[in-house]
Design a protein around this ligand. Structure first.
Ligand SMILES: Cc1cc2nc3c(=O)[nH]c(=O)nc-3n(C[C@H](O)[C@H](O)[C@H](O)COP(=O)(O)OP(=O)(O)OC[C@H]3O[C@@H](n4cnc5c(N)ncnc54)[C@H](O)[C@@H]3O)c2cc1C
Length: 377
C-alpha cells in the first residue's frame, strides 16, 4: 500500500483547524475496528480521526509504505508498471484508493476576479484569522460552505453566501441523529445498480450538516439568523462584478421538498419497522431574502476574500491508462475499472450511497476484492 504522505494524510493536510466529522462517532467503523470511546453520539475532531485511522492501520497490520508518491501507472506485460518517487513496482492488479477529493473544484471564471480580492480553497483555509480583515464571499452551500460561512460569521466578519443546488437536512430528527435514519432505514445501503439515475446520485452535493457537541442544525435559516447574507448561484464575472442567478425561492422550495420526501421515507420505514422514536416533525421552509442582490462589485472593497467551497474532484494525473473520461471521471462499473486487473474504491456511490463515507468502505471493499481475487484466480 503506497501513500504519498502519512496514514490519514487527507485529514491531516486538507482540512481546517476546527474540522469535525459530520458522521457520528458510532458510525466510524472499519472492518474489525469500531469506535469504542465514551461519546458515541459525538463527532470526531481532527486529532481523533487521525488517531482512529492510525489505530486501524496497526490493527489491520496494513503494510503501508508512507512518503511514497505514485507518479505513473501504465499497462505492462501481465499487469501494471508503477513508478514512484522511490522506485518501480510491477503488479498484476492495482486498486486505486487515492481518494475522491484530491483537488478543489473552482469555476474557470475565478480567473476574472480582480487581484485585490484574495481567493482561497478549503484546502488552504485553516482559520478566520488567516484571512485579510473585511468581508468574505463563501461560494457553495454544502457541508464545507455552510460550516466555513458560520465560522467566519462568528469571527465577526460580514459574510455573503452564494447558494447553488444543495441538500438540506436537520441534524436531529425525531430525537435521533439524521444519519442514524439514513443508516437504519437502508437509504445509505441503496445499491448503485438499483438507482434510477446513478449519474445524478454520484454528483449529489454533500448535505448541509455540521458535527458539533450541541448537535446544532446548520441550514440556511440558521445562517441567516447569524447574520449571513444569501445570494444566488454565482454565474459569471463581468467588468469586475460578480453576477448571481435569481430564483432563490424556487431553489429553496426544491431543497425543502426533497428534505420532506426523505423524512417521509424515514417515517414510513419507522412505522413498518415499529421503531420507537419521537413524533414525525416538519421544519420551517427556508426563508428566501426579499430582494437578494444579483451583482456585487468585487473592486469596491466590500469583499476582501472569496472562499471557494464549490466541491472537490479526484486527481488522476498519474494514471497513464486510458480509463478517465473527458470530464475527469474514472470509467468503472462498481469499482471494476475499464482495464483488466484495475480496481477502484472510495468514489461517490461506487456500489452504495454510502461509498464515500468511512463506514461505507467495508461492503464495497469485500465485493471489489472478491472480483479481484477471482481475476487473479
Ligand atoms: C471536507 C470533507 C469532509 C468529509 N467528512 C466526512 C465525514 O464526516 N464522515 C465520513 O465518513 N467521510 C467524510 N468525508 C469523506 C472522506 O474523505 C472519506 O470518508 C474517506 O476519507 C475516504 O477515504 P479514502 O482513503 O478513500 O480517501 P482519502 O482519505 O482521500 O485518502 C486517499 C489517500 O491517497 C493518497 N494519495 C493520493 N494520490 C496519491 C499518489 N499519487 N501517490 C500516493 N498516495 C496518493 C492521499 O495522500 C490520501 O492519503 C469527507 C470528505 C471531505 C473532503
Amino acid at each position: 500500500m503506497l501513500e504519498r504522505g502519512e496514514v490519514a494524510n487527507s485529514w491531516r493536510r486538507e482540512r481546517w483547524d476546527s474540522f469535525r466529522l459530520l458522521t457520528p462517532n458510532w458510525q466510524s467503523r472499519l472492518p474489525g475496528l469500531h469506535y469504542d470511546g465514551t461519546d458515541p453520539d459525538g463527532y470526531m475532531t481532527m486529532g481523533e480521526i487521525t488517531a482512529f485511522l492510525e489505530r486501524y492501520a496497526g490493527h489491520a497490520r496494513v503494510p503501508v509504505r508512507t512518503r511514497t508518491t505514485v507518479t505513473s501507472v501504465r499497462p505492462a506485460e501481465g499487469g501494471y508498471h508503477v513508478t514512484t518517487d522511490s522506485g518501480e513496482i510491477g503488479c498484476r492488479t492495482l486498486v486505486i484508493a487515492s481518494g475522491a477529493c484530491n483537488l478543489p473544484s473552482v469555476p474557470a471564471f475565478s480567473r476574472a476576479v480582480p487581484p485585490s480580492v484574495r481567493q482561497v480553497t478549503p484546502y488552504e483555509y485553516r482559520e478566520p484569522g488567516q484571512l485579510p480583515e473585511g468581508g468574505v464571499l463563501v461560494v457553495g452551500a454544502s457541508a464545507t460552505g455552510v460550516q466555513l460561512a458560520a465560522e467566519l460569521r462568528r469571527s465577526g466578519r460580514p459574510v455573503i453566501l452564494s447558494v447553488g443546488e444543495h441538500v438540506r437536512l436537520p441534524r436531529v430528527y425525531r430525537g435521533r441523529d439524521v444519519l442514524w435514519w439514513m443508516d437504519a432505514s437502508g437509504v445509505w445501503d441503496q445499491r448503485y445498480d438499483e438507482l434510477e439515475d446513478l449519474d445524478r446520485a454520484r454528483r449529489l452535493p454533500s448535505p448541509q450538516l455540521v458535527g458539533t457537541p450541541e448537535r446544532e442544525t446548520l441550514d440556511l435559516n440558521a445562517l441567516v439568523a447569524m447574520g449571513v447574507e444569501l445570494v444566488g448561484r454565482w454565474a459569471a464575472v463581468r467588468d469586475g462584478e460578480a453576477l448571481f442567478s435569481g430564483g432563490l425561492r424556487n431553489m429553496f422550495s426544491l431543497a425543502d421538498l426533497k428534505m420532506e420526501r426523505l423524512l417521509g421515507t424515514f417515517d414510513e420505514w419507522a412505522e413498518q419497522a415499529g421503531v420507537e422514536a419521537g413524533p414525525p416533525e416538519r421544519f420551517e421552509p427556508t426563508r428566501a431574502p426579499d430582494r437578494p442582490r444579483l451583482r456585487l462589485d468585487l473592486r469596491s472593497g466590500e469583499i476582501r476574500t472569496i472562499v471557494w467551497a464549490t466541491g472537490f474532484r479526484p486527481d488522476y494525473g498519474w494514471l497513464d491508462v486510458p480509463v478517465v473520461d473527458e470530464k475527469g471521471r474514472l470509467r468503472h462499473d462498481g469499482g471494476v475499472v475499464d482495464s483488466p486487473g484495475l480496481y477502484a474504491l472510495g468514489l461517490p456511490v461506487l456500489r452504495r450511497r454510502k461509498s464515500t463515507f468511512i463506514h461505507g468502505i467495508e461492503p464495497d471493499a469485500r465485493e471489489v476484492i472478491g472480483h479481484l481475487a477471482g481475476y487473479l484466480g
